[in-house]
Write a protein that binds this ligand. Structure first.
Ligand code: DX5
Ligand code: ZN
Length: 228
């Protein structure tokens, strides 16, 4: 029952005055991915950073840049994010009237493509896109801020999505983002999660190599946790 689980720390909870050091510390701590939350103050109430900051960080590390675009009409900015060095662009199903067109736009630029679903958006919204996707992001909080509580129905949503992905013969990974902590890692992996995003429950607990080891241990030894 062992599979590779990817940990993608959300830089939203890092020290923004030391981003260069933070991404280097992740790399030194054995992380392979970093989750970059782009917020525009329209799609979500918060504002973070955009392509220039991503481009600057690209020079500082070789981490896989998993870019979560919480912006309205992301089709306006896809080439800028690709030029900045994104490895994967994840757009919200709710952020555009033409989701299939954006997915094709991203794939045509030879970066990985994902779609994110807000808590109230059912997986059926992307059923016909699944063969084209590299990842589906299940938001387990309403997007915009770190440190929120995990919404419990997200577990059933992940199970439903996993069934749909298998039925479609899709290779899409399932990513979960929001309120991911050591306490719910085992349940999330059991439900079908492949990529765990963790912000506050990761960055508040350095050193990063030890924190990564804890999450990986919980993901891979979840049956041992139950005494099985
Ligand atoms: C929220 C962001 C998340 C956030 C997660 O809108 O998409 O990536 O950083 O933070 P935690 O893990 O603290 O819930
Ligand atoms: Zn995110």
């Amino acid at each position: 029952m062992s599979k590779d689980i990817i940990l993608s720390p959300s830089l939203l909870s890092a020290d923004f005055s030391r981003l260069s050091e933070e991404v280097k510390a992740l790399e030194a701590g054995g992380l392979k991915w970093v989750h970059l939350d782009v917020m525009d103050g329209h799609f979500v109430p918060n504002i973070t950073y955009g392509p220039p900051v991503i481009k600057a960080m690209r020079k500082e590390c070789s981490l896989f840049f998993d870019c979560h675009l919480m912006i309205d009409r992301p089709e306006r900015y896809i080439p800028e994010f690709v030029d900045a060095g994104a490895d994967m662009l994840v757009v919200h199903a709710e952020s555009t009237n033409h989701l299939e067109r954006v997915v094709t736009q991203i794939s045509d630029l030879n970066v990985k493509c994902g779609v994110a679903l807000n808590p109230a958006t059912p997986p059926e919204a992307i059923k016909y896109l699944l063969p084209q996707l590299d990842m589906v992001l299940v938001m387990s909080v309403n997007p915009g801020f770190g440190g929120q509580m995990f919404i419990p129905f997200s577990l059933q949503k992940i199970r439903d999505l996993k069934e749909m992905i298998m039925a479609a013969g899709s290779k899409a990974l399932i990513q979960v983002d929001g309120g991911v902590t050591p306490e719910n890692v085992a349940d999330l992996v059991d439900a079908g999660t492949d990529v765990l995003v963790t912000g506050s429950a990761f960055f508040k607990f350095p050193p990063y190599d030890k924190r990564r080891e804890l999450f990986e241990f919980l993901a891979h030894n979840r049956f041992a946790q139950d005494g099985m």
